[in-house]
Design a protein around this ligand. Structure first.
Ligand SMILES: [Zn+2]
Length: 251
């Protein structure tokens, strides 16, 4: 596999995991990656020839430029996703980002509908997801498709320097130094929402005390940090291998 094929396989794997974990339903949602040192973006395609998120293969990943235009040579019944501008706007705004994920995970969307905050309800149970609540997750206040460069820019402004944001009545966008960590952040965010949702049903949920939050805030989410689209290391690599194993045989 050359560099482009290897990157497409990484994006396809991210999509299969999103599908398996129901972070993206049926045919909706997409992951992308930027080829380091270039403005070339590789993203899950839509269109009549697509297989759906859970069954994404590397030949379902198409190349677009930073304007969201399909690169020459791509086709086969595959189209650019309408919301490609989520991805291109984040790559334009953030030189540190080499992977972007957009999905519609149910538990997280419930919190955008009910306008309830995600609270840090636990600590050692899962520090990386609790950390998202402590840091705060920005909310994009619109429910329409981000199907224009302007809407993409607006969303990227809401995201700011965060690793994730919620989108009202719609879904989430996450980003990272590679497509794997962007996907893991999507998983963490929805895990946080799952616990908040179930705790609210049970009743009596209390955030952990202020003086027990600092160790979570200071803890590393993924282990050694990586840059420029490099493969994840440390804890992120372990987590990624686990989630890949869940999708074995679907390549
Ligand atoms: Zn969407």
């Amino acid at each position: 596999m050359n560099d482009v094929e290897a990157l497409c396989e990484r994006v396809a794997q991210a999509c299969r995991i999103m599908g398996k974990l129901e972070l993206a339903k049926a045919a909706t949602g997409h992951a992308s990656a930027r080829l380091p040192g270039t403005d070339r973006i590789f993203i899950r395609a839509r269109g009549p020839g697509e297989l759906g998120v859970r069954f994404t293969t590397k030949d379902q990943i198409i190349e677009v430029d930073l304007d969201g235009k399909l690169a020459e040579g791509n086709a086969n019944g595959l189209d650019v996703p309408k919301e490609v501008f989520i991805h291109t706007a984040v790559y334009r705004a953030r030189a540190d980002v080499f992977g972007v994920v957009h999905g519609h995970p149910l538990s997280t969307v419930l919190f955008t509908i009910c306008n309830k905050p995600l609270q840090p309800l636990y600590g050692a149970y899962d520090p990386p997801s609790a950390k998202l609540a402590i840091e705060g997750v920005p909310l994009y206040p619109h429910s329409f498709l981000c199907d224009s460069p302007e809407r993409g820019q607006d969303l990227a402004a809401t995201l700011g320097q965060s690793s994730c944001c919620m989108m009202r009545g719609h879904g989430i966008t996450t980003c990272g130094p590679n497509v794997e960590e962007a996907t893991l952040t999507a998983i963490h965010l929805n895990d946080l929402a799952d616990i908040n949702y179930k705790a609210a049903l049970l009743g009596g949920a209390q955030p952990i005390p202020e003086d027990e939050r600092h160790w979570i805030a200071e803890s590393k989410t993924f282990g050694p940090s990586v840059a420029n689209g490099a493969l994840p290391q440390g804890r992120a690599a372990v987590l990624w291998r686990y989630y890949c194993s869940l999708c074995k045989g679907m390549e």
